[in-house]
Design a protein around this ligand. Structure first.
Ligand SMILES: Cc1cc2nc3c(=O)[nH]c(=O)nc-3n(C[C@H](O)[C@H](O)[C@H](O)COP(=O)(O)OP(=O)(O)OC[C@H]3O[C@@H](n4cnc5c(N)ncnc54)[C@H](O)[C@@H]3O)c2cc1C
Length: 503
């Protein structure tokens, strides 16, 4: 039997950080198990081709259960299945979100997880140039580029100015001291290539003698005996296998994979597990609950002749974290200006369009991940519950109005021949219909194994699974509530802090 000090399940964003940091101690043996392959197709490395990866061999290709918020349709739910995980197929945006997102965690009982607690870990993960070194990292593994467009990219510059003209602040660095306002994105791109967490953290360290990678190995069950997690069962190329953990097993299988693996192993809501004939090891009702994600819709503009040369590429340039006016607390909507048509395939939108997408980044709606079967190879039931809370509907509609106001600014007249979508829809009912028809996600599931001290919490403030020794969770699933930004940067910081707690 093979025995390691630490067995890390899932080589995605968090797993890559954990494996790299824990193996810095030469006397600790570390095994990283990943369901997908060690590398993916060339498109994985080419930033402009990120959309080609959806539905590919390195995507779990999940879908949601029918969503009332999208008129009852199912929404595609890609997750990375390759070393690097979702950071290997994502849109490469690197944003922390507003500091109030993290302070909400601490206020909800996650002591030690507020913004000032996490700032050293956010900084430790990144290398930036020309940013404020008091709040931005200068020597971390993830090397970032700033996506400030060149002087010829006046469409994006004019959208940013129009956002300001509409009464919203500008920021020089949305990851810096002022996170609210319109600014330019940081991206996880280096030398023109995607930089996944595996590229940044693992690849340089894979030669370490105390770090072992087992790719193409699907973990099917945790071995929990007498209240302690002792190892994991997996299947690799059709053959069953087992590895033992001397010190502990760390789950980093993501916001879908981690709760699914816990539940098939008997850790979860007893009322859901017993009907599936799963022996309950720990009755934790919070496992799989509290799923949160960012619902998104788009305002599309017909590109004018003048704009056509810039309507290409593949990722957003300008981002704005704003108050919609329909919520309380921190900024609650994110606008992203993109020089491409970026919308639901349910809309018949022409290719020569550009987009301002609108996302609710502090949703009140909550969903769940539940088992469809006791067998891990059966995809779970993913229900993000988009727009099930009325306040989120108000927020997204307010965001659409803001995007339309910005898009109609006189400075943008030369760039577009009018608004395509929502277009003629003006009254609240038609706009709500439009939002349902065009609803998408930014693919940011979190919260399904949340940190806390109450009965619904899954892990304690040191990320230990309640009621099971030798087992932690450290990935997007532990967020008590979603951060008001794309989630990868926060997951890097969670894993950095987890490594410090564990090592
Ligand atoms: C299409 C898309 C676009 C996105 N765009 C952005 C963006 O631009 N910016 C941003 O900040 N965030 C973005 N995100 C979200 C971001 O990438 C995730 O929040 C982050 O990667 C989550 O990290 P994680 O470690 O929790 O999970 P993941 O990175 O998903 O890692 C989980 C890993 O565990 C493995 N695994 C799961 N189950 C098992 C099992 N049973 N056995 C073995 N291995 C298993 C998976 O294969 C995967 O490699 C995007 C996500 C997607 C899917």
């Amino acid at each position: 039997m093979r025995i390691y000090d630490y067995v890390i399940v899932g080589g995605g964003t968090a797993g890559s950080v954990l494996a790299s940091r824990l193996s810095e101690n030469p006397s600790a043996s570390v095994l990283l198990i990943e369901a997908g392959p060690a590398d993916g197709p060339e498109a994985m490395h080419d930033p402009a081709r990120w959309l080609d990866l959806q539905g590919s061999g390195i995507d779990w290709s999940f879908e949601t259960v029918p969503q009332p918020g999208s008129g009852g349709s199912r929404i595609a739910y890609p997750r990375g299945k390759v070393l690097g995980g979702s950071s290997a197929i994502n849109a490469m945006v690197h944003l922390r979100g507003h500091h109030s997102s993290y302070d909400a965690w601490a206020a909800a009982g996650a002591a030690g997880w507020g913004y000032t607690d996490l700032l050293p870990f956010l900084m430790r993960s990144e290398t930036t140039a020309g940013r404020d070194p008091e709040v931005r990292g200068t020597s971390g593994p993830m090397r970032l580029i700033q996506l400030e467009p060149g002087p010829d990219a006046t469409l994006m510059r004019d959208i940013r100015e129009a956002t300001h003209a509409a009464g919203f602040p500008l920021t020089d660095d949305p990851n810096g001291r002022q996170q609210e306002g319109a600014g330019w994105l940081d991206m996880t791109i280096h030398d023109g290539r995607r930089q996944s967490a595996a590229d940044a953290y693992l690849e340089p360290n894979l030669a370490r003698r105390n770090l072992t990678l087992l790719s193409d190995a699907l973990v099917t069950r945790l071995d929990i005996t007498e209240g302690r997690c002792r190892g994991v069962h997996y299947v690799r190329h059709g053959e069953p296998g087992y590895v033992a953990a001397e010190s502990e097993v760390v789950l980093a299988a993501g916001a879908i994979g981690s709760p699914q693996l816990l539940m098939v192993s008997g850790v979860g809501p007893a009322r859901q597990l017993r009907p599936l004939d799963i022996d309950v090891v720990a009755d934790l009702p919070g496992v799989g609950a509290n799923l949160q994600d960012h619902p998104m819709t788009s305002v599309l503009f017909q590109a004018s002749e003048a704009a056509l040369p810039t309507v290409r590429g593949g990722y957003a340039a300008m981002v704005a974290l704003l108050h919609s006016g329909a919520g309380s607390g921190g900024p609650d909507i994110q606008l992203a200006a993109q020089n491409i048509r970026y919308t639901s395939s349910a809309l018949d939108a022409p290719a020569d369009a550009y987009t301002i997408s609108v996302s609710v980044v502090t949703p009140d709606s909550r969903g769940s991940v539940r088992l469809a079967a006791s067998d891990l190879t059966v995809p779970p039931l993913i229900d993000p519950g988009y727009l099930t809370e009325e306040r989120d509907v108000r927020r997204i509609l307010a965001g659409v109005e803001i995007a339309r106001t910005i898009g109609a600014d006189s400075s943008l007249k030369r760039w577009n021949d009018g608004e395509l979508f929502p277009g003629a829809a003006r009254d609240p009912r038609s706009l709500a219909d439009y939002v349902r028809r065009s609803l998408q996600t930014f693919y940011h599931p979190v919260g399904t194994c949340r940190i806390g001290v109450d009965a619904g919490a899954v892990v304690d403030v040191e990320l230990r699974v309640r009621g099971v020794a030798g087992l932690r969770v450290a990935d997007a699933s532990v967020m008590p509530s979603i951060v008001s930004a794309n989630t990868n940067a926060a997951v890097l910081a969670i894993a950095e802090r987890a490594a410090e707690l564990i090592g």
